[in-house]
Ligand binder design. Structure first.
Ligand SMILES: Cc1cc2nc3c(=O)[nH]c(=O)nc-3n(C[C@H](O)[C@H](O)[C@H](O)COP(=O)(O)OP(=O)(O)OC[C@H]3O[C@@H](n4cnc5c(N)ncnc54)[C@H](O)[C@@H]3O)c2cc1C
Ligand code: FES
Length: 265
């Protein structure tokens, strides 16, 4: 069984990006070598007066340094607290939590779909696939946000050599459309060999991606978010309903679930 650890970890470095986005690197994290894309860490913030931990997808891992990087946007109390941490400040990390993405087969093409702050597991998975021999030319990377300010890490994505399709709601960067438009075009073009979809973003985006995947009979894996009180499968605070009846715990059976599994009603 996968071993989850709960340990103190310290801020090693930070990158302040635009529009309230930033990355934070914490270490040591003894299980860094077992982390895969889609895993997340559940972070306790000592001194913050916040009762519940906050979940963050792992964005990158440095196994040698035993550190992990997270990518976040300042939204509310927890993310604001994290954003003001200084080098050497302590947090407590529970992880790696959840069921990660599965790699596509060698000859499959991949359609990566990131919406807003859904970027971290999608970019991590893209780098992971390329490191494991998947060809960048077989990867389409669709990334959407409200405006240009929400399309972060562009140079990193471009350097990967994937087919980068940025879109914004106001047209200030890339096409003026939602991520589902280039996704639908890619699926209907018939040019992609045996495609598989990977998506993370707001619930409305995941729902639309799920419907498109079903319509085009394309397999895929969706990364879900939910309120996450305990993070280890006990409280049932993170459940989402399934089409087959019953529920999945986002912290255990998720956060990655196959397309066609969730009931959106
Ligand atoms: C499995 C998982 C992975 C996650 N990965 C990431 C990640 O990589 N990067 C990241 O930035 N966040 C991620 N989140 C969300 C993160 O855990 C927090 O919910 C988020 O940072 C807001 O917390 P907060 O304490 O700042 O806001 P709170 O004070 O808890 O909430 C403030 C307000 O923001 C709203 N809100 C809460 N979460 C979100 C959200 N995700 N989007 C929009 N509004 C929201 C609340 O409804 C509330 O109105 C993830 C969540 C889960 C469950
Ligand atoms: S957060 Fe408690 S069961 Fe998932």
């Amino acid at each position: 069984m996968k071993r989850v650890v709960c340990q103190d970890s310290y801020l090693i470095s930070r990158r302040d990006l635009k529009n309230g986005y930033l990355t934070l690197t914490f270490g040591p994290f003894s299980r860094s070598s077992s982390i895969k894309p889609g895993h997340f860490v559940h972070i306790d913030l000592p001194g913050s007066n916040l009762y519940f931990r906050r979940a963050f997808s792992v964005y990158s891992v440095n196994v040698k340094e035993k550190s992990i990087e997270i990518f976040l946007k300042v939204i509310g109390r927890g993310s604001r607290y994290l954003a003001q941490l200084k080098k050497g400040d302590r947090v407590n990390m529970l992880g790696p939590v959840g069921t990660p993405f599965k790699l596509p087969r060698k000859n499959q093409s991949a359609l990566m779909v990131a919406g807003g702050v859904g970027l971290p597991p999608i970019l991590f998975m893209t780098r992971w696939m390329i490191k494991r021999g998947r060809k960048p030319e077989n990867i389409v990377f669709v990334y959407g946000g409200r405006s240009a300010e929400d399309i972060i890490e562009r140079s990193i994505i471009k350097r990967l050599g994937v087919r980068f399709l940025p879109v914004t709601e106001d047209g200030s960067y890339g096409e003026k459309e939602l991520v589902t438009a280039p996704l639908a075009r890619s699926l209907s073009s018939g040019l992609l060999k045996d495609p598989v979809i990977y998506a993370c973003g707001p619930e409305s985006m995941l729902r639309a991606v799920d419907h498109l995947a079903t319509e085009f009979e394309t397999p895929g894996q969706l990364a879900f978010e939910a309120p996450m009180p305990c993070g280890f499968g006990i409280c049932l605070g993170c459940v989402i309903p399934l089409r087959s009846g019953g529920f999945a715990r986002v912290c255990r059976e998720g956060p990655i679930l196959p397309v066609g599994r969730v009931s959106w009603a």
